[in-house]
Design a binder for this molecule. Structure first.
Ligand code: AMP
Ligand code: MG
Length: 193
């Protein structure tokens, strides 16, 4: 049973996974990638073969995969940082990354971290990543999704009465971002004692 869970969200390309990988080394937390857990569940069910297919599933299958992924995450002991998304965007449609049913089911969520980056850096990182089939959104679309993400996170913060932190991952400042994330994680874990 997890002690404390922190949801870490960010626009695709903001650098969330890279930052968490670095930060996780010295933290008393397991890092669970929601996309990877959903991919494993979706593969077992025969729904997807690639993580970038998940957002195109029917709503029924999308929710089924996410619920089964949450069942897996519930089995993880200790503190957990969940690498996830506040909204899942697909061609102008946005689905909530953590609806009320998710927040109620998971329990133990003590903090929210939003890793953001300047829009131009997000555009560059997405086009430099051939391993992914990401949306190639323009600056206005990325800015719109940032508003939606912050709205989703603000809702979760108010619903659970927990803090929301916004960390900006600037180009060439990975070390600074990592240090900031570690500080915030310590703050959340310390406050839950
Ligand atoms: P990522 O590798 O972090 O971009 O995650 C891969 C995919 O997993 C995303 O494109 C989403 O389709 C899915 N995913 C991750 N987190 C969530 C979430 N909280 N709710 C729904 N889908 C999610
Ligand atoms: Mg990622």
């Amino acid at each position: 049973m997890a002690k404390s869970i922190i949801l870490v969200a960010g626009s695709p390309g903001a650098g969330k996974t890279t930052v968490l990988k670095e930060a996780g080394v010295s933290l008393d937390c397991k890092i669970v990638n929601m996309g990877t857990t959903m991919l494993e569940v979706g593969q077992k069910l025969g729904y997807v073969t690639d993580r970038d297919q998940i957002r195109y599933l029917s709503l029924k299958k999308f929710n089924e995969v996410r619920n089964k992924a949450l069942d897996e995450i519930e089995k993880v002991a200790g503190n957990i940082l969940i690498d996830t998304h506040a909204s899942v965007g697909e061609n102008g449609r946005y689905l909530p990354g953590f609806p009320v049913s998710f927040l109620n089911k998971l329990g133990h969520v003590k903090g929210l971290i939003y890793i953001d980056a300047p829009t131009k850096d997000i555009i560059e990182r997405r086009s430099d990543d051939p391993s992914r089939k990401r949306e190639h959104d323009d600056a206005h679309t990325i800015d719109a999704q940032r508003l939606i993400n912050i709205s989703m996170l603000s809702f979760a913060s108010a619903y659970l009465n927990i803090p929301l932190y916004v960390v900006i991952n600037r180009q060439d400042s990975l070390r600074k971002t990592v240090a900031e994330i570690k500080g915030r994680v310590h703050e959340v874990l310390g406050a839950s004692d």
